[in-house]
Design a protein around this ligand. Structure first.
Ligand SMILES: C[S@@+](CC[C@H](N)C(=O)[O-])C[C@H]1O[C@@H](n2cnc3c(N)ncnc32)[C@H](O)[C@@H]1O
Length: 240
């Protein structure tokens, strides 16, 4: 099956063992390090700990560590490629004690990784607009014991001011513009990362709220599903 240029492997009954997945996880972390995408020891430990295969729909489970986005229950939802998580969390400088908000919960995998990184002293709030995807992620996170993350089924473009401000925000869907409520909910010295559609190309953008004002840096081109809701648009053309 092909969607927007990505080759999604065909659904199949899974046959890999826990040991197979554990080996693939270690190999993936080594590869991400070699590629220069993964540098932080806390993010490295989190990626080694969280079993990505437990966030993948049954018939795609064997593909858990392939660099392809995989379909999730719900409309246009995907679990992003494994490299997407250090791609977002390294420039954010996600670390112990941070108050972190993820817009686009998807499978719950990125939420679990973030929870491992921020630790008990931090906070993870994850917002998902699609009720079917939300139920899938909640079931995954509950089953794996991630019960102290705050999961919200709502339009994440509006953020979640009740628990703000946030030190770090990641938007995992492509935005026509950065949603103003999310910039408002960013703490002083906070950072926000998001794919932003610019002239039909999605650019991963890092925003920093400094005493001198907002600093904006473009990191690299990416391909994500479109943000839905009030600040959504039709610019997203892919899914990582
Ligand atoms: C690429 S997926 C996220 C993958 C996820 N981080 C993971 O680890 O599985 C993008 C998600 O953003 C969700 N989404 C799109 N627009 C949204 C919005 N306005 N608020 C919250 N979630 C949204 C989609 O339903 C989809 O689940």
């Amino acid at each position: 099956m092909t969607t927007h240029g990505w080759l999604i492997p065909p659904p199949a009954e899974p046959s890999k063992s826990r040991e197979d997945f554990a080996q693939e996880r270690v190999a993936k972390v080594a590869w991400l390090t070699e590629q220069g995408l993964l540098k932080s020891e806390r993010i490295r430990q989190a990626l080694l700990k969280v079993p990505r295969e437990d966030f993948i729909p049954h018939l795609y489970r064997d593909y858990a560590y392939l660099e392809v986005p995989l379909p999730l229950p719900g409309q246009q939802s995907t679990i992003s490629c494994p490299h997407s998580y250090p791609l977002f969390y390294e420039p954010l400088g996600l670390d112990q004690g941070h108050r972190f908000m993820e817009v686009g919960l998807g499978s719950g995998y990125g939420t679990a990784v973030a929870r491992e990184v921020v630790g008990d002293e931090g906070l993870v709030v994850a917002v998902e607009i699609d009720p079917v995807t939300f139920a899938f992620a909640k079931e995954n996170l509950d089953r794996l014991g991630y019960r102290d993350v705050v999961l919200v089924n709502a339009d994440g473009g509006l953020g979640y001011p009740q628990l703000g401000p946030y030190d770090r925000i990641a938007i995992t869907a492509a935005c026509p513009e950065l949603p103003p409520p999310l910039i408002e909910q960013l703490a002083p010295d906070g950072r926000l990362i998001a794919p932003v559609v610019e002239h039909d190309v999605q650019m991963l953008v890092l925003l920093e709220k400094t005493a001198q004002g907002i600093k904006r840096r473009e990191l690299c081109p990416v391909l994500y599903v479109s943000l839905r809701g009030v600040y959504g648009g039709s610019g997203g053309s892919g899914n990582t």
